[in-house]
Design a protein around this ligand. Structure first.
Ligand code: ACO
Length: 428
């Protein structure tokens, strides 16, 4: 007999089926709840207990610190695959053969031009504009230059839209950076790998040759893999939600970028470095900031600590912590901010407040330190996260459309005024 959950409301019982995922996660299927009960709904702000979809892309177990893309452990992928292979895996479901990967890469290269008029849009932004806002706007603007909507019943049409975005997004990211630092907007070099090419687009000076540093390219490749997907987080849910109205791929991703911008999500890597800098400026007393983080009257939180789903450790943080040490060694970087980070980490891991609440360093506690060592300015940290997350967003959008999911439209419990008689202006 199939399993069920029984709900009692005012003495009446209602049965709902249980569904079980391939990793034995169980969910109560409440699709019929409102109809069966005559309008009763559920409430779960922040969706801590609510599944929004069934998905075959990423599995994570926050209690055990497991993260897998399409069944492959993040540790294996970070160690043995490159970012483009992982992007293919996430989007199309299988690791590519050599031929598939070569074709994917050459199709991306064939689309790596961005209409010159996009430069005029970029020109309209002040230099001080945050690159996440710029990136979200330019990604949305791509629609104007590629207006045909994606026919989701055509694999070919889907594929073309995907390679277009995979190709143009790194160019836009590099342009957002170059505009900010006053460098001419440039294209990359199609003879290079996807990540090498991106590094060159970022850092090449107008005079002279540029050869990407292998240490930087390898570390960035790994960081992009670690950020490539994380199932139904805030930005991914946004992409699926916007896409569920059948808005196109580019605008759905543009909305995801906006969601990622916030300091409680992708903006945390920037917030971590700003916090470490502030502690340094204040004299470097980590203990004082630990006390502030624990004080409920003080809004200060230890940025880079805690995670909505990882309540033991963040597996990505483990991988990246090692990478941070390697990169700083290889580049010979001595960074006082790193000492502050290490001090904070040590104190937090031994502090009851943090231990009791299972607050551990997350991936963003370390990623900012690596970006900084690479010479990437702090405002570009979150765009780097967006570049990594792009294949995950695309994969989730594609899955949502292929599964023909209904438009996202949550319910609410209304707590406002009951019906009131309208009073004309002269009587108020
Ligand atoms: N510093 C101090 N206290 C914290 C922190 C923190 N960083 N994070 C959580 N807490 C405390 C809360 O005050 C709360 O305490 P209480 O139970 O006494 O009220 C308890 O821990 C639980 O916190 P919630 O906010 O309920 O946990 P939630 O799962 O909703 O939030 C979040 C997770 C948003 C990541 C939170 O830990 C946080 O704000 N961290 C700092 C920002 C950050 O690093 N974000 C990056 C996330 S990773 C990513 O997006 C890739």
């Amino acid at each position: 007999m199939s399993k069920k959950a029984t709900l009692q409301i005012d003495g009446k019982s209602y049965d709902f089926p249980l569904i079980t995922g391939t990793e034995n996660e169980t969910a109560i299927d409440i699709k019929t709840l409102r109809g069966a009960t005559g309008g009763v709904t559920t409430i779960d702000p922040g969706y801590k207990n609510t599944g929004s979809c069934e998905s075959a892309i990423t599995f994570l177990n926050g209690e055990e610190g497991i993260l897998r893309y399409r069944g492959y452990a993040i540790e294996d992928l970070a160690d043995k695959a490159d970012f483009l292979e992982v992007a293919y895996l996430l989007i199309f479901g299988e690791l590519p053969s050599k031929e598939q990967l070569d074709k994917f890469h050459s199709d991306i290269k064939a689309q790596s031009h961005v209409d010159e008029d996009v430069k005029k849009i970029l020109d309209g932004f002040p230099k001080s504009a945050h690159p996440m806002g710029v990136l979200s706007s330019l990604t949305s603007a791509l629609v104007a230059f590629n207006p045909s909507s994606v026919n989701v019943d055509s694999e070919e049409d889907m594929y073309n839209a995907i390679v277009r975005l995979m190709a143009k997004f790194p160019v836009l990211t590099a342009w957002a950076y170059r505009k900010r630092v006053g460098l001419p907007l440039d294209y990359g070099d199609d003879n290079l790998g996807y990540v090498d090419n991106f590094v060159k687009m970022m850092f090449k000076k107008p005079s002279g040759e540029y050869t990407p540093n292998k240490v930087i390219v390898d570390a960035l490749d790994k960081l992009l893999i670690l950020h490539a997907d994380h199932e139904q987080n805030c930005s991914t849910s946004t992409v699926r939600m916007v896409g569920s109205s059948h808005a196109g791929l580019f605008v759905s991703i543009s909305a995801g970028i906006a969601a990622l911008w916030g300091p409680l999500h992708g903006g945390a890597n920037q917030a971590v470095i700003e916090m470490l800098e502030a502690i340094k400026e204040d004299g470097g007393d980590t203990h004082k900031f630990m006390q502030k983080a624990k004080d409920k009257q003080d809004p200060f939180r230890l940025m880079g600590f805690g995670h909505r789903v990882y309540k033991n450790f963040d597996p990505r943080a483990k991988i990246i912590k090692k990478s941070a040490d390697d990169v700083l060694d290889a580049l010979g970087v001595e960074d006082p901010v790193l000492d502050i980070a290490k001090g904070l980490e040590k104190e937090a891991l031994e502090d009851n407040y943090f231990v009791d609440r299972k607050l551990y360093p997350n991936v963003d506690f370390y990623s900012g330190i690596i970006y900084r060592a690479m010479g990437i300015p702090v405002e570009m940290f979150t765009p780097m996260f967006a570049l990594g997350r792009l294949p995950g967003w695309i994969a989730q959008w594609r899955e949502m459309r292929l599964r023909k999911e209904p438009i996202g439209r949550p319910r609410q419990v209304y707590i406002g005024e009951n019906h009131r008689e309208f009073k004309s202006l002269d009587k108020r």
